[in-house]
Design a binder for this molecule. Structure first.
Ligand code: C2E
Ligand code: MG
Ligand code: MG
Length: 269
């Protein structure tokens, strides 16, 4: 009976998610990434939210695994890329946007085409787009994923390795692909009082420095955490201390001091 219930629950959420794709019940929130030295905004990370018809916001941690299992992450991921690039193309100067992509999007084999389409529809300079991947992209079938990563690089897009230091992340990935950025997982910053976390934070900062790769410390919530990662030499910081993820309109109001210029409902392709 327990398994039966689980299956019923999964089917119910799967059909809700299919409907969400058809009806585009998704939104992107944006969280600032700051340049440590100047304390200016370098870019914003686009973070997916699913708004149920009842109004409740579902976190990506709850629905991305199901979207991946069902393959729905492919159309959802295409929408995320297009929406994020369109939004960023309205931002001033060279403020960039970072988009998370799933290993399943690589397995599908047409991520470079999706990225190229999002760039051409929005007119966004490829230098302003950063694609964030996790090591799961490289674990299986890594040759094809590597080819796609090289294609993305050729488009002029930057590639970041997210959640670095957790999961199965292996240092050998750093020799297989010239990543532009390492994003240290927030769990290390959250346990800075433990000597081993401090040693890892310091080592990741040095690794980035020695390899000439930008380093970002995620999950900065306090001044103490900020001064620690600043002292270690992280190039960029991201966390609630500087800004929580917020809707696009709020980004424009809070950070660019302007009202919206974009029609919101002509973005779906
Ligand atoms: P991530 O890419 O590592 O994103 C960082 C997560 O940490 C975000 O959670 C963000 O809201 C949260 N965060 C940022 N600063 C702080 C802080 O100071 N303290 C704490 N406690 N948390 C902080 P969120 O938005 O729930 O996203 C969770 C994960 O879902 C992301 O982790 C990413 O792996 C995935 N995700 C989000 N959007 C997408 C998407 O469009 N596509 C794919 N494939 N995955 C996505
Ligand atoms: Mg990320
Ligand atoms: Mg992360």
């Amino acid at each position: 009976p327990g398994m039966d219930e689980q299956l019923r629950h999964r089917r119910e959420w799967e059909s809700k998610l299919r409907l969400a794709v058809q009806e585009n019940q998704f939104q992107l929130y944006y969280q600032p990434l700051m340049t440590t030295a100047s304390k200016t905004i370098h870019s914003f990370e686009a973070l997916l939210r699913w708004q149920l018809p009842e109004g409740e916001l579902v976190s990506p941690q709850q629905f991305i695994p199901l979207a991946e299992e069902t393959g729905l992450i492919v159309p959802i991921g295409d929408w995320v890329l297009q929406e994020a690039c369109l939004e960023a193309s309205t931002w001033p100067g060279d403020v960039g946007v970072a988009v998370n992509v799933s290993a399943i999007q690589f397995r599908h084999g047409r991520l470079p085409e999706s990225v190229a389409k999002a760039l051409s529809l929005s007119g966004l300079d490829p230098k302003r787009l950063e694609v964030e991947i996790t090591e799961s992209v490289l674990i299986n079938d890594h040759n094809d994923a590597l080819d796609q990563l090289h294609c993305l690089k050729e488009l002029g897009v930057r590639i970041a390795l997210d959640d670095f230091g957790t999961g199965y992340s292996s240092l050998s990935y750093l020799r297989r692909f010239p990543f532009d950025k390492l994003k240290m997982d927030k769990s290390f910053v959250q346990n800075l009082d433990q000597a081993d976390s401090m040693a890892i934070v310091s080592t990741i900062a040095n690794l980035g420095k020695c390899m000439g790769i930008t380093t970002t410390a995620e999950g900065i919530e306090t001044e103490e955490q900020l001064s620690c990662v600043e002292g270690e030499g992280f190039s960029q910081i991201q966390g609630y201390l500087y800004g929580r993820p917020m809707p696009a309109d709020q980004v424009v109001l809070q950070h660019f001091g302007a009202t919206r210029v974009r029609e919101r409902d002509c973005t779906r392709q």
